[in-house]
Design a binder for this molecule. Sequence first.
Ligand code: BGC
Length: 351
Amino acid sequence: MRALTIAPGRKRSLELVETEEPTPAAGELLVDGLALGVCGTDKDLIAGEYGWAPPGSDRLVLGHESLGRVRTAPEGSGFAPGDLVVGVVRRPDPVPCGACAHGEFDSCRNGGYVERGIKQLDGYGSEVWTVEAGYAVKIDPALSEVGVLLEPMSVLAKAWEQIDRIGGRAWFEPRSVLVTGAGPIGLLAALVGAQRGLDVHVYDHNEDGPKPKLAADLGVAYHHESMEAAVAKAEPDIVIEATGAPSLVFDAIGATSSFGITCLTGVSSSGRKVGVDAGEVNRDLVLENDVVFGTVNANLDHYAQAARYLAAADRDWLRRIITRRVPLRRFKEAFQGQRGDVKVVIDLQDA
Ligand code: BGC
């Protein structure tokens, strides 16, 4: 079978290699890979900026946004051949820390967690893969074309859950949300806001291409002129920052009204400095009871919530988030950004 691999820490090491099909261990499913989503983390991995190979190996199979079809499943696992499944990204640390011991491995405290396709575990970027039944999520066959969005949706399910919990520390009936960045994470964040009946605003610098139309069809406001103008229109109770662009992060923090919540989801590279009035930032946070928090990854419960958000969404709209499907043999194109890209997906069954 073919697998997409990198040598973590080394630039330009991405290669499609021929390798043995995996053999499922006890309790594991054997899965034919269907689709693999490409995200910013994958590009960081390919650039050699992030990522760890499994112990004893110098290469890592890439890919953490998965969709596959079960070929074999152990008896009593709850899965059967033909089921559509998505593999969970993270596994708890072996100690385990308190959070991991409680199934909240997405909030691991000691950093000893591992992640498929990112940290010490081979990913889902191969024609065939295995996954422990307990870390596989069954997908409704009706979602077959968009099931690959489950992992990014799970990250947003967690983000919204955290927003609810943080808001819950006093009276909280948010009216409006501003999302910065209309990539897949931003648009999925906006989707949840719309499903909740909030006044949703999206800010993105793209004036044309699919993003303004996707926002309009979701029934949310789209702003491209300036962050300042977007903030003035939205008067947001909640900001979900989905670009990781350093200057926007501080604009996002300053954008909320009293008891505001700023949720940071974008992973930025270090080394870029922006000038901020730290005194003003601190004063506003204190005087407004604001909260700024970061969120990453998702646990099993968030995957279940994500499946519900996807099921409640317009299928055609979800399908349009996937703007490009690239056959595995032409994998390089999937990692070269093109105008109009939102989510790019690699088709693993292109033979
Ligand atoms: C993935 C998360 C992962 C994070 C950090 C993201 O792209 O969606 O599951 O925890 O990268 O490795």
